[in-house]
Ligand binder design. Structure first.
Ligand code: PHE
Length: 352
């Protein structure tokens, strides 16, 4: 027994050092610790051995057992060597794609993300840090999910807030007409049906409205919405989320305030105002002289909406909070016309 252990201690450190691949290491591991491995067989013999002998061979046996550490180290080295090799063989495709100088004119131009995508990725990263997960809701949805379940029955005057594009089709889902969603708030019901609270979701995506097009209105645009449902949430959490967002986007100095607003699916509802970043509150053309800009809409999810989603409003409360990223990006980068975003005009896109 003692000899066997000695022999292992003589042989294996070298074998490990000479292992060339991860597979070699795995084979050595099996030789030692596998079902029929040396160590496995040795331990099986222990029960027949004399106690004194066992005491004596213990330290050496432990050294053999610790060979696993060497083996793992060697594996790590092999991986490192692999990475270094990969690194040195890397083909720099970027270099090939990018022009040597900006005015190079051979048709090869380096692409980049669309400005709204850049902006939206930033928002997503920001709220990821607070534990929000991304959720995708359908862009073609039912009148029921986009309106009715959100406390906006058919023929209700509140529908005038959203100029809606209905889909001209006989096809209906549970007797509800199909439409292009007018806001990401259609996600609220999908989320509540799919998950149990506590819920922290963020929804990002295309929305559509039958708008009169002008520099501030586009028929196709993105919205970003937070749906946050938990015990004991209040307007204080809503204020925090608004400040967290606006301070990150426009700097720590920006003042943020809530103003009463109206959305049928939140109660109370609030408009989130930020002090005008152009005139710093003194009043200018962009803020219409009031010194504040309306930057987001939000509120405590209406108890009826929670109930519609199967959430007990006596136990839980919810926050819904939404912004139009394009409008924010316009402010941040001084873009004057929202229609620039989807025009596909390279002169505009290349500025970012
Ligand atoms: N869905 C609203 C809109 O499109 C915005 C909003 C989102 C309001 C969440 C309150 C809460 O106008």
């Amino acid at each position: 027994m003692e000899e066997k252990i000695e022999q292992l201690l003589n042989e294996f450190p070298d074998k490990i050092k000479n292992a060339k691949t991860l597979k070699d290491c795995d084979m050595l591991f099996l030789e030692l610790y596998g079902k029929k491995g040396h160590l496995t067989l040795l331990t099986r013999e222990f029960r027949n051995l004399d106690k004194n002998l066992l005491q004596r061979i213990r330290p050496k046996f432990l050294s053999v057992k610790n060979l696993e550490i060497d083996l793992n180290k060697r594996k790590e080295e092999i991986r490192e060597e692999g990475y270094r090799k990969l690194e040195s063989e890397k083909l720099d495709l970027e270099e090939i794609a990018s022009p040597a100088s900006p005015d190079r004119n051979d048709g090869r131009r380096k692409g980049h993300l669309h400005p709204t995508t850049i902006f939206m990725q930033e928002i997503v990263e920001l709220f990821k840090k607070l534990g929000f997960q991304q959720y995708d809701a359908p862009q073609i949805d039912t009148d029921y999910n986009n309106f009715e379940v959100l406390n906006i029955p058919p023929e209700h005057p509140a529908r005038d807030l959203w100029d809606t594009l209905y889909i001209n089709s006989k096809f209906e889902i549970r007797n509800s007409k199909l439409l292009l969603r007018t806001h990401t708030s259609n996600s609220q019901i999908h989320i509540m049906r799919e998950f149990k609270p506590p819920i922290r979701m963020m929804v990002l995506g295309r929305c559509f409205r039958y708008e009169n097009l002008d520099p501030r209105h586009e028929h196709t645009f993105d919205q970003f919405e937070l749906v946050y449902i938990d015990k004991g949430l209040s307007m204080a959490n809503l204020q925090f989320l608004s400040e967290y967002f606006l301070k990150h986007m426009f700097g720590q100095e920006i003042k943020v305030r809530l103003q009463p607003g109206y959305y049928p699916f939140t109660e109370p509802s609030a408009k989130i105002l930020g002090e005008c970043i152009f005139c710093k509150g003194s009043g200018c053309k962009i803020c219409g002289g009031v010194g504040w800009l309306e930057l987001a809409g939000a509120g405590m999810i209406h108890p009826k909406v929670l109930e519609n989603g199967g959430v007990d409003p006596n136990i839980y409360s919810g926050i819904a909070w939404g912004v139009g990223p394009a409008r924010m990006a316009m402010l941040k980068w001084g873009i004057e016309d929202i229609r620039e975003f989807l025009k596909g005009d390279l002169k505009f896109l290349q500025k970012f």
